[in-house]
Design a protein around this ligand. Structure first.
Ligand SMILES: Cc1cc2nc3c(=O)[nH]c(=O)nc-3n(C[C@H](O)[C@H](O)[C@H](O)COP(=O)(O)OP(=O)(O)OC[C@H]3O[C@@H](n4cnc5c(N)ncnc54)[C@H](O)[C@@H]3O)c2cc1C
Ligand SMILES: NC(=O)c1ccc[n+]([C@@H]2O[C@H](COP(=O)([O-])OP(=O)(O)OC[C@H]3O[C@@H](n4cnc5c(N)ncnc54)[C@H](OP(=O)(O)O)[C@@H]3O)[C@@H](O)[C@H]2O)c1
Length: 278
């Protein structure tokens, strides 16, 4: 075989691809528990900012079929619907079936990206209002990272407030940098129109603002700190994304303010989604 035919054969050999494969473009590690990454967006993939999609890697071989089984998990798309790549913000669970492996992906690797985004954290599931609240704990900020960059959000609301609570300061860094970029980037600040307010807190490490989202709402601290009126069902709309206990507790608080839970099929004053399954 000549050198030329060897090269031709190498080139024509099909590159093994996963079903619904998407190529990893960039990976950023925020600390030993959190990372974010971007993948190439399939041209056919349409979604509404705030939706989630199933992603994963090939898992172990199924002994019955002898074929590897996809290992998939729900992930909020953290990039806005207009962006040409898809961004994800992920936990690293050291013994987690998916993230114990996913945390090691590198640019050029492939992940599985199922093509059907869904979810309730979408603007369409809310009645019109003046002020929109994003309530998040931990990686629950991911759907809001998408919505915070969506022009529709700022066209429909006069003020958008992100409350994000984590145990430690380093867990806030992804959100802090994103808000900073939105405020300083020429194109993103035009979308945001100066309407985004950011209220990060920690619960287990000293920080200038501390306390659970729920406690800061119940005590009225957040309204005092931001110099705004309390939540009112006439004007305020909410989106919630955190652990199950957080979601339950904040729903009771929002119900107490007179807001009602809505859905895609029946828009009301607030919507909720789990950030993970316990
Ligand atoms: C609608 C929806 C959207 C989601 N979006 C995201 C997202 O954008 N980013 C993300 O990292 N995860 C998200 N998750 C969680 C995700 O589906 C997986 O659970 C996570 O990637 C861990 O997978 P695993 O296989 O390693 O461990 P799993 O077996 O899935 O989880 C093991 C345990 O780890 C803990 N855990 C799992 N996920 C998290 C988390 N995100 N934060 C804190 N603790 C967690 C829980 O205690 C869970 O029981 C979402 C889940 C749902 C239901
Ligand atoms: N974050 C870490 O440093 C860490 C380290 C090792 C293991 N883990 C494990 O990872 C899993 C997820 O941890 P996580 O920190 O990402 O998420 P998490 O436990 O959901 O906590 C994230 C934030 O939500 C707050 N919160 C929890 N329940 C709430 C409720 N009912 N109402 C209002 N606020 C609430 C927490 O406050 P509180 O602090 O007051 O609970 C914390 O500030 C847990 O099983 C944990 O044991 C976490």
């Amino acid at each position: 075989m000549t050198e030329q035919t060897a090269v031709t054969e190498m080139k024509s050999k099909p590159v093994p691809t996963l079903p619904d494969a998407a190529e990893v473009l960039e990976v950023k590690h925020w600390n030993d528990r959190l990372f974010s990454f971007t993948v190439a967006r399939p041209q056919t993939l349409r979604f509404r900012s705030g939706e989630f999609v199933m992603i994963g890697l090939m898992g172990d071989v199924n002994p019955k079929t002898g074929k590897p089984k996809p290992l998939l998990r729900a992930y909020s798309i953290a990039s806005p619907s207009w962006e040409d790549h898809l961004e994800f913000y992920s936990i690293k669970v050291q013994d987690g079936p998916l993230t114990s492996r996913l945390q090691h992906i590198q640019p050029g690797d492939q992940i599985i990206l199922r093509p059907k985004p869904v979810g309730t954290l979408v603007v369409d599931a809310l009645l019109p209002g003046k002020r929109l609240w994003f309530f998040a704990t931990g990686t629950g900020i991911a759907p809001f990272a998408s919505l915070m960059r969506d022009p529709e959000v700022f066209e429909k609301f006069d003020e958008v407030i992100l409350m994000h609570t984590c145990r430690e300061v380093s867990e806030l860094e992804y959100g802090r940098q994103l808000v900073e970029t939105i405020k300083s980037d020429e194109m993103l600040s035009e979308i945001e129109q100066g309407k985004l307010r950011y209220y990060p807190t920690t619960t287990r490490e000293e920080f200038h603002h501390m306390g659970r989202v729920t406690d800061n709402l119940s005590s009225g601290k957040v309204f005092k700190d931001l110099g705004i009126d309390p939540i009112n069902p006439e004007t305020d709309r909410g989106m919630v994304c955190g652990n199950l206990a957080f979601n339950k507790d904040i729903m009771a608080i929002l119900d107490g303010f007179g807001l009602r839970e809505g859905a895609n099929s029946e828009p009301k004053e607030y919507v909720v989604e789990k950030a993970f399954v316990d």
